[in-house]
Design a protein around this ligand. Structure first.
Ligand SMILES: [Zn+2]
Length: 400
């Protein structure tokens, strides 16, 4: 039965310790090492296991095993250190945690309690799923939030951080537990460990936490995803939240320097730039249309089919060209083509007609010219894998 007497529970701030190797067996590409005592927290309760090193003094040289993950063994309190080399059974080891990793996880886990407690108090939503990843933590709640709600939760969570309330770990008796109001995902057997943050949250939990909310430093909600009446919050806490803010500030600074405006003027400057781009695009379109109009004014098709080919026209221009030809010349069918720049020859097309169904001809041309596209009876569009000269010849045969 779980007693919560392990070193990582008794003294969660232990970064280094000495112990004796009690077992070492080969396992999937490495070794599973057990010690008589350890500060390595084993993966569990949504929290990833610790990483670090186990060093054995052996004469002049030290054997150093790198622990990629600590995981729970079969018995209560058993911890297996998954390491890259074997260590002699019975030897004394000096263990050191990857403290940044552990500290990040302690900050993240405590931050999650704060946010979950506030969500429960404000909206009555329960934390129904929890995952601590390398990048951020994901917490799922059984209710829907608005962006303003999420912002409110984040502000309250950071207020609780500034209050620097102590994070207590309690091992209540059955009677004490019965009188306690706390969050719990499932019914546990045996001793329950309750993590209490006064005025913010009480929750059954077997993870490691910082000793006061102030040590979380900062809580940021990165993203909120709402799906099927559930909300997932992606959170960053502590050092990782600070690093994300530094990155965001660096991006903002890079953008404001590029735009030569103040940080706070960036949104307006980007809107202005986008409007200018739209305006230029419009002007270019107008200039292009003038060229098309001029081209059409010189056109004198011999029969009822006109085939036009102009460089650098997009599909809107090609459509416009067809409309102008049908309106201002004697042609009743117009095929407008434009070569597409690229490694292989390709031609974009739009074909329009006044009174025939173009779809059978379009199908035939697509087949013949290795192309794709289609449309309505009187207007089809697409592209062919061929030169515009070859396309012109094929059109004359099929539609002429
Ligand atoms: Zn916890």
């Amino acid at each position: 039965m779980e007693t919560f007497k392990e070193l990582y529970y008794r003294e969660p701030y232990t970064r280094a310790f000495d112990a004796t190797v009690t077992s070492c067996v080969a396992t999937g590409g490495g070794f599973a090492i057990e010690l008589d005592e350890t500060a390595f927290y084993p993966t569990g309760g949504g929290q990833p296991g610790d990483r670090g090193t186990l060093a054995v003094e052996s004469g002049k040289d030290a054997l150093v095993a790198h622990v990629r993950e600590a995981v729970p063994g079969e018995g209560a309190g058993e911890v297996i250190h998954l390491a890259d080399i074997a260590l002699p059974i019975g030897s004394r080891v000096h263990g050191e945690l990857d403290w940044m990793w552990r500290r990040d996880n302690m900050e993240a886990h405590t931050g999650e309690h704060i946010v979950s407690g506030i969500m429960h108090a404000l909206f009555g939503y329960n934390n129904v799923g929890f995952h601590m990843g390398d990048r951020c933590i994901e917490v799922d709640f059984d209710g829907v939030l608005t962006p303003d709600d999420a912002f409110d939760v984040e502000r309250r969570a950071n207020a609780a951080v500034r209050e620097d309330v102590s994070v207590e770990v309690l091992l209540p008796s059955a009677a004490e537990l019965a009188a306690m109001d706390y969050r719990s995902k499932k019914d546990h057997d045996g001793q329950i460990r309750v993590v209490r943050i006064s005025g913010v949250d009480s929750c059954a939990c077997c993870g490691t936490h910082v000793s006061s909310t102030g040590q979380v430093g900062l809580i940021k909600i990165l993203r909120m995803i709402t799906k099927k009446k559930r909300t997932r919050l992606e959170l960053l806490c502590g050092r990782r939240a600070l690093e994300a803010c530094e990155d965001a500030m660096a991006s903002l600074r890079e953008t404001s320097n590029f735009l030569t405006v103040g940080d706070e003027e960036v949104p307006e400057a980007v809107r202005r730039l986008s409007a200018e781009k739209d305006d230029l695009k419009h002007q270019m379109r107008q200039a292009g249309r003038k060229q098309i109009d001029q081209y059409v004014s010189t056109l004198a098709p011999e029969g009822t089919l006109a085939v036009c080919c102009l460089p650098e026209l997009d599909v809107e221009d090609l459509r416009y060209l067809c409309e102008q030809v049908l309106e201002h010349t004697g042609a009743t069918v117009c095929a407008s083509l434009s070569p597409v720049l690229g490694d292989e020859p390709r031609t974009a097309y739009v074909i329009a007609a006044q009174d025939i169904d173009l779809r059978p001809a379009c199908k035939e041309l697509n087949h013949e010219l290795d192309g794709r596209g289609g449309g309505k009876p009187q207007m089809v569009q697409g592209s062919w894998t061929t030169t515009s000269d070859a396309a012109e010849a094929a059109i004359s045969t099929v539609l002429g």
